[in-house]
Design a protein around this ligand. Structure first.
Ligand code: KG4
Ligand code: ZN
Length: 338
């Protein structure tokens, strides 16, 4: 294999990220988070695009400096083509196109969801890579999917959410509890101190491998409203138990479906990715299946679970080896064929 240096750029949502990879090793992985959205309780697309425009040059510079690589050494530029917010995607896409034209090196388009799956193939000490075929559970603020992965470029969605993503279930539940955005990490934090069986929320009945989370959010809202009528301090007095119970319900919903997917496919290797895979309860539940059911599970290094450019770079590396390049006509896509 040749010596390949990929500059990767990710700008699909609210993080501006750049990474430099030497083959499948990460030399630099830089992320500029946009804290501006927190005060609005969610990502404001217009503000995200503007922040990307301000951040993109410094973030790329920082990645190249950290990797100690001159831009003339780069083999190709990989960027997130979609899915995501159009205004955000355009910033990374246009920047990548211009830079590849200026350096006269190939341009590689990457599907953000493929990248969450293939993040497991970044070479890191202490982290095993799955072998094909395996199942991937991608859980983030925008997606909830079970994917059958047969090779680097042969993936099939076998289950997905019919409404909210699991990250939204965490964030919207947190909002009902008056917690700031994004609430997922806070629910995780308080859940560690609470009783997961303190309150029971009914799980949705969805056929097959698909998910639904909007009913859970409504059930939590009604439950909290009812409790507050009797005790205005209900949330503050029971925050840990409420968070533990919500998290427990979400974990059960996810684990029920992934168990069904393993049963239906006969594939016992399960890899998780996406921002929600940072959740300590989900990690523990998944890990427990190794001793209990003989599964092999894969959880990426924390910095590769939330949105990052290293995962775009590893897809870029695989596409580079396959000479899968784009012409200057390539466009960003808010929705993209899986
Ligand atoms: O992958 P990501 O960074 O961005 C998207 O592509 O959406 O995922 C962000 C989501 C948010 O909904 C956030 O609340 C959730 O991941 N999240 C968590 C945890 N850390 C991040 N949810 C539950 N527990 C966590 N520890
Ligand atoms: Zn993501």
């Amino acid at each position: 294999n040749p010596e390949v240096f990929i500059l990767a750029i990710e700008s699909s949502c609210d993080d501006t990220a750049a990474a430099v990879l030497h083959n499948d090793k990460v030399l630099a992985n830089v992320v500029a988070n946009q804290l501006i959205h927190n005060q609005y309780g969610g990502v404001v697309p217009e503000l995200a695009s503007r922040a990307h425009q301000q951040n993109i040059v410094p973030v790329v510079d920082a990645a190249l400096r950290k990797a100690n690589i001159q831009k003339e050494q780069l083999s190709a530029i990989a960027f997130t083509q979609g899915p995501g917010l159009m205004g955000s995607l355009l910033v990374g896409g246009s920047f990548s196109k211009s830079m590849s034209a200026a350096l006269e090196i190939p341009l590689i388009a990457v599907n953000h969801m493929h990248a969450h799956v293939l993040a497991h193939f970044i070479d890191e000490d202490g982290f095993d890579k799955p072998s094909f075929p395996f199942l991937a559970l991608t859980i983030s603020g925008g997606h909830t999917q079970i994917i059958r992965v047969d090779s680097f470029f042969d993936m099939t969605i076998i289950g997905e959410t019919t409404d909210d993503a699991v990250g939204e279930a965490f964030d919207k539940s947190a909002k009902i509890l008056g917690l700031p955005y994004p609430g997922g990490p806070l629910i995780d934090k308080y859940a560690k101190l609470g009783n997961p069986k303190a309150f029971a929320f009914t799980k949705p009945k969805v056929a097959g491998l698909d998910f639904s989370f909007s009913g859970l959010k409504t059930a939590i809202l009604y439950f909290i409203q009812k409790q507050k009528l009797q005790n205005p301090d209900f949330i503050t007095e029971n925050l840990n138990d409420i968070c533990a119970s919500i998290q427990h319900t979400i974990i059960e919903i996810l684990m029920d479906k992934i168990k069904l997917a393993v049963k239906e496919t006969g594939i016992k290797q399960v890899a998780i990715g996406g921002g929600v895979s940072a959740n300590s309860g989900i990690r523990a539940a998944l890990k427990a299946t190794e001793a209990r059911y003989g599964w092999k599970t894969f959880i990426p290094k924390f910095e590769y679970t939330t949105d990052n450019a290293a995962m775009i770079g590893i897809v870029g590396y695989q596409k580079f080896l396959n000479q899968h390049f784009e012409t200057a006509a390539v466009v960003s896509k808010a929705r993209i064929q899986f």
